[in-house]
Unconditional design. Structure first.
Lengths: 185, 303
């Protein structure tokens, strides 16, 4: 049963990944990539990596939904309904993608893998949590503020109207918003 | 403890989900629409089944139909992790994350339904959906942390078992309310129904007709039912209760939550996505984070 599922999901992941190059609609390209990631998440579930598999599906589908909106926002025709490809340098991109796939896949198949000596831990999710939150906690505590600062800085740079535009130079004017917010600030 | 149900139970579970959806439709007919006829959902279903299916030129039928059908699929996968009186179809060790991931599939699904229709209103509504879901589902994610934290497990059955004596709704009411709000939002129901709103001629559904529309309609009730079914073991003690067997209590509580969710339609003002964004990020998310803190302190004090 697991083998059948694997041999269904793995080719589907590769095929839908390849379809990104073949379809002419941005939405279809985005969501065929999402299908590819969902298949990979399901293969991870087959490997017994429950948390990582479900997390892959969760992150990737969310990412693709947000990406679709942004891609179509920046397109030449605003609705994004005209056929249009989503890549540049088709030949080069295809060569790189297929080439790296062949190299990685042949590596996985040809390497003489050693015999397994240990056994997997009982609760892989708990093990993962301890791995991230235990000895690597310092790394996480460093990365999170850096990432958060980056997000805030990017937003400050990208925002068309900051608080000085809203409330005046001394921040004491009544707010003048084109679209009022829900809190009534 | 719960046991893994046999594979054929999937059919039973699907039937239960459809029966719950029908209950939701009846509740809507009785409580909201004022059409006090139990035949109303069937009449509407029959009307949509015989209706001619229309499509705009150049529409992306594949994306819009897959998007519309995903609602029912997602709802079925959500109820799979729910324990029903000692049995669960998918006894996953990460059930709470599984529910969250399924709910996230809807982000893409409804956007696809709106985009694929190739109509201006549907497209605008699809973008409106993405904007709204970002504000409504981040609080939902934080609210799901609370019961998992209190029970020390991501398995739904463990969370249900951890509420022996005290239902989690008593120590985390904010998380419970936020989760119900999130369920309303991912079913595009009540105050969160602006992506299918009248100001956009039906929004995401504006070009949807016939059996496609029926599938989306059933899917929305199924999502409300699935959200209620998951909320019961997470916050309302699952099958615990006096006299009656656990299975009956699970179903009764699910129906009660479902009816309460359905009844929000037309009882609350529509939340505009642009106004709701500020409300969600400035008020709701800090409140839920405080709730997580309260639960964490409670867990520390207990140990």
């Amino acid at each position: 049963m697991r083998d059948v599922l694997f041999f269904l999901l793995a080719p589907l992941a590769v095929l839908s990944g390849f379809l990104v190059f073949r379809v002419s609609s941005m939405a279809r390209a985005t969501f065929s990539l999402a299908v590819s990631f969902v298949c990979i998440g399901a293969v991870m579930l087959l490997l017994g990596l429950d948390y990582l598999g479900v997390m892959t599906v969760l992150m990737m589908v969310m990412e693709m939904a947000v990406m679709a909106v942004f891609m179509i926002m920046y397109m030449m025709n605003p609705a994004g309904l005209m056929p249009m490809s989503m890549y540049h340098n088709k030949a080069g991109a295809m060569t790189l993608a297929v080439g790296s796939f062949v190299v990685l896949a042949s590596g996985a198949l040809l390497v003489d893998w050693p015999e397994r000596t240990g056994s997997p831990p009982g609760d892989v999710t708990l093990q993962l949590g301890e791995g991230i939150m235990g000895s690597k906690m310092l790394v996480m505590l460093t990365i999170s503020p850096v990432l958060f600062t980056t997000i805030v800085a990017a937003l400050v740079l990208a925002a068309a109207r900051g608080r000085y535009d809203r409330l005046g130079d001394d921040l004491d004017q009544p707010a003048d918003d084109p679209v009022p917010g829900g809190v009534g600030r | 403890m719960v046991e893994q149900a046999p594979a054929w139970a999937a059919v039973v579970l699907l039937a239960v989900l459809l029966a719950l959806s029908l209950t939701g439709a009846w509740a809507d007919a009785v409580l909201v629409s004022g059409r006090r006829q139990l035949a109303a959902p069937f009449q509407e279903g029959a009307r949509l089944l015989v209706q001619q299916r229309r499509a705009t030129p150049g529409s992306d039928g594949l994306l819009s139909r897959v998007g519309g059908a995903s609602l029912l699929v997602v709802a079925s996968l959500m109820v799979a992790v729910v324990p029903w009186g000692g049995w669960t179809l998918l006894d996953s060790g990460v059930g709470v994350v599984w529910f969250n991931a399924m709910e996230l599939v809807l982000w893409g699904a409804l956007w696809c339904a709106g985009w694929g229709a190739n109509g201006a209103f549907a497209l605008v509504a699809g973008h409106r959906w993405t904007a709204q879901v970002l504000s409504s589902q981040l609080p939902l994610m934080f609210s799901l942390i609370c019961p998992a934290l209190a029970a020390g497990s991501l398995r739904v059955a463990d969370i249900e078992a951890a509420q022996d004596g005290l239902w989690f709704v008593a120590i985390m009411p904010v998380a419970f309310a936020t989760m119900l709000g999130g369920v309303l939002a991912f079913a595009v129901w009540g105050p969160f129904s602006s992506p299918v709103g009248r100001d956009l001629q039906g929004g995401v559904l504006s070009e949807s007709s016939g059996v496609d529309r029926l599938v989306v309609g059933v899917g929305r009730y199924a999502l409300l039912a699935a959200g209620a079914a998951v909320a019961v073991p997470l916050f309302l003690g699952g099958g615990s209760g006096p006299v009656l067997p656990p299975l009956v209590w699970s179903v009764l509580k699910t129906v009660a939550v479902l009816v309460a969710l359905v009844a929000t339609r037309r009882r609350f003002a529509l939340l505009r996505p642009e106004r709701f964004a500020e409300l969600a990020f400035v008020v709701v998310i800090p409140l839920v984070l405080l709730q997580v803190l309260v639960v964490a302190v409670h867990v520390l004090g207990r140990s």
